[in-house]
Ligand binder design. Sequence first.
Ligand SMILES: [Zn+2]
Ligand SMILES: [Zn+2]
Length: 275
Amino acid sequence: MKTMRNGALALGLALMAGWAAAQSAAPQLQWLGQSAFRITSSAGKVIVTDPWLRANPLTPSQFKNLEALGKIDVLLVSHGHTDHVADAPDLAKLNNVPLYGPGDMNANMVALGILPPQLAPRFNKSGTVEPTPGIKVTAVRAEHSSPLVWRNSVTGKDESHAGGEPLGFIIELEDGFKIWHMGDTGLFGDMKFIADYYKPDMVLMPIGGNFTMGPKEAAYAARELVRAPHVIPMHYGANPLAKGTPDQFWGFMKDSGIQVHVLKPGEVFVPVLKK
Ligand SMILES: [Zn+2]
Ligand SMILES: [Zn+2]
């Protein structure tokens, strides 16, 4: 891992892959490629975001077995694109844990028989839910699209269905630590409002470009709009069209005073809390 701050490269506190250290006193964020994270709260609750694992070229092989993720307390999907929703229905059924995503995407998952209603609750922007005691999740805006592509088992053909509005998530852990998972998004001015209102400690930010913000737009968002102390870049390196790199992002960030944590797939990051 590289932690970058004020032009210097320094090693942060990081643990290579493995689930063992789930009981430490600080939250842990493990990046599994693209926008998939396995976040473990200081109380040991496990939150999985945008699980595109089995077909994700960046996901380490040991994490392609969905059972190897262990128990999941909260499952979040930002929108209907395959690189975010792919393994989520199977994980929901495997763990008997509800999939929280755009309400209208979930309604169509139920209508299409992908998930039963009890595993596809509905909520939407500014809605706050508490999927497990102590973990609060608020849906916020993302500037993107959200079709839900589903293969009809009768015709064998892919169908595109409405997937609701794409979301980002403000994830508040039991200790008050707030993570903004931006989902897939372009740059928009209300990032400043969202940051002012929710005051995230850490932002998981797409930087790959083409489908989302690229390095330049993401750096503008981080520096001028959001101003959270910690940023982890995501959504790069897995699709040849999304060419943005962490080095390019860092080139726009190095005099910002904001800590940029670049993770390797499978790596665990432990933020040092000042609270
Ligand atoms: Zn997308
Ligand atoms: Zn995506």
